[in-house]
Design a protein around this ligand. Structure first.
Ligand code: NAD
Length: 428
């Protein structure tokens, strides 16, 4: 058994941890990790998330992680001005959206959505006659619809519910698999629980009708029936002429051709997308998985955005990606900060939220490409980065700005330099 310098036991086997209160759990963690009183008190402060609520959202809660919410200004989506709350720990992300949106404020972003359909998969194996079984399942469409809709009368009442079934035969390392896709309109919910329930309910019937054995029953995060789309035109004069425009185009062509570049290109898009997804209490991993899978749908991972030159020489940019976000379900409805962010956005449907998020992703991408094609990404990052480094070196209050300015002036934003500058400031 491991012991600490203080000689007490360090075991991760803590019986009944989940039954304890957050404060009791924190005591155990503090003892395990030798946290001092100040650190323990810091963790115990859950800010504006009520402890009982935090304790219900996930398991074994001891603290909350506070991430800043910044507001993206200048956004106009489908003719309507919108202030967009973005929750992120990364500097420059909010500023990038503000800048891109300012440069196309006159016309703003035009958006649309393919629908609010989610897909649940049911995997059947050991099906003796998969091709005939596929047809047997398709013939049961009405029965399947009735069973699925019966799982969620509220969703059906709201205009959602089962829409269709597709059956695929997959050739796999363990032989052919019969994979049924339940296509369900989940309206204003992200829909994971809604469709998972249907998949579990229909599974025994699929086993019977197919003659096989059913294993997995869960949604697909490749939500390609729920695509959010946004496009915008950046005027040549606004972006600084043909050199900048062609630099952005070339950056896009690079991402379109090269997965190494596309990963970073799309990561930048997700800087914007995930920040709004998080601020509204939605599932960042679900949206990220969907985006990257969609980017690889041709078999080769590529850019989620496209850039072209219009007939008048301006820059036309567009994005299309799965956007499984909701206004109900998960943390969206119960997290007070998510509710406040939805109120700021003024959205009344999940579709409007998804469309705004697509526009934010495009704005983010435009700014990143423009910076990369011109001054480079570090210039914009440096001021905030210098402040972070200054704080890491121990600067507090007014010292943060003073040290950061000195670092930028020197052109070396490093922690050792920050420590020297700080010592100088303090007369040490
Ligand atoms: P949910 O089940 O809590 O809410 C959806 C239900 O709310 C619907 O089934 C419906 O009955 C009801 N409802 C009320 N008003 C509605 C409206 N206007 N539109 C639609 N439905 C309405 O939540 P959910 O959206 O099904 O699931 C979301 C959660 O599932 C997220 O927390 C996500 O993290 C989690 N999850 C994700 C995955 C994944 O992405 N792979 C898997 C499992 C769970």
């Amino acid at each position: 058994m491991q012991t600490t310098g203080h000689g007490h036991n360090r075991s991760s086997r803590i019986g009944g941890f989940h039954r304890k209160s957050p404060a009791e759990r924190l005591d155990l963690v503090a003892a395990f990790a030798d946290l001092d009183a100040a650190t323990r008190a810091h963790l115990a402060d859950m800010g504006n998330l009520l402890v009982p609520l935090a304790d219900k959202l996930i398991e074994n809660v001891v603290a909350t992680m506070n991430v800043p919410i910044g507001i993206a200004t200048n956004m106009k989506v489908d003719g309507e001005d919108v202030l967009v709350p973005m929750a992120t720990e990364e500097s420059s992300v909010v500023a990038a959206v503000c800048n891109a949106a300012r440069q196309t404020y006159e016309t703003g972003f035009t958006t649309s959505m393919s629908g609010t359909l989610m897909i649940a998969q049911v995997q059947a194996v050991n099906v003796p006659d998969p091709f005939a079984a596929r047809l047997r399942l398709l013939e049961r469409r009405d029965d399947i619809k009735a069973i699925c809709d019966d799982c969620d009368p509220l969703l059906v009442k709201l205009g959602g519910g089962f829409r269709d079934i597709e059956v695929r035969i997959l050739d796999t390392s363990s032989g052919p698999m019969l994979v049924s896709h339940l296509i369900v309109d989940t309206r204003d919910a992200m829909g994971a629980n809604a469709v998972n329930t249907m998949a579990e309910k229909i599974a025994p019937h699929i086993a019977t009708w197919s003659g096989g054995r059913v294993y997995l029953r869960i949604l697909s995060n490749l939500a390609d029936r729920r695509l959010a789309r946004a496009h915008a035109t950046w005027k040549l004069a606004e972006i600084g002429g043909t050199d900048v425009r062609d630099g952005i185009l070339s950056a896009y062509h690079f991402a379109a051709a090269d997965p190494y570049r596309a990963a970073t290109h799309n990561k930048g898009i997700m800087n914007g997308v995930s920040a709004v997804v998080l601020a509204t209490g939605n599932d960042t991993r679900a949206v990220e998985a969907g985006a990257h899978a969609y980017a690889a749908r041709s078999g080769r991972y590529t850019s989620l955005t496209h850039y072209e030159v219009t007939a008048s020489g301006d820059l036309s940019a567009s994005i299309e990606l799965p956007m499984a976000v909701g206004l109900i379900g998960g943390a969206t409805k119960i997290h007070p900060t998510a509710q406040a962010c939805l109120k700021i956005l003024g959205v009344r449907t999940a579709e409007r939220l998804a469309r705004i998020i697509a526009a934010v992703g495009l704005a983010q991408n435009f700014s990143a490409l423009k910076a990369l094609a011109t001054v480079g990404i570090q210039k914009g990052h440096m001021d905030l980065h210098a402040q972070n480094i200054a704080m890491m070196a121990g600067a507090v209050g007014d010292e943060v700005d003073a040290v950061a300015r000195a670092l930028v002036a020197k052109g070396t934003v490093r922690i050792d330099v920050a420590e020297t500058v700080l010592a100088g400031l303090r007369g040490g």
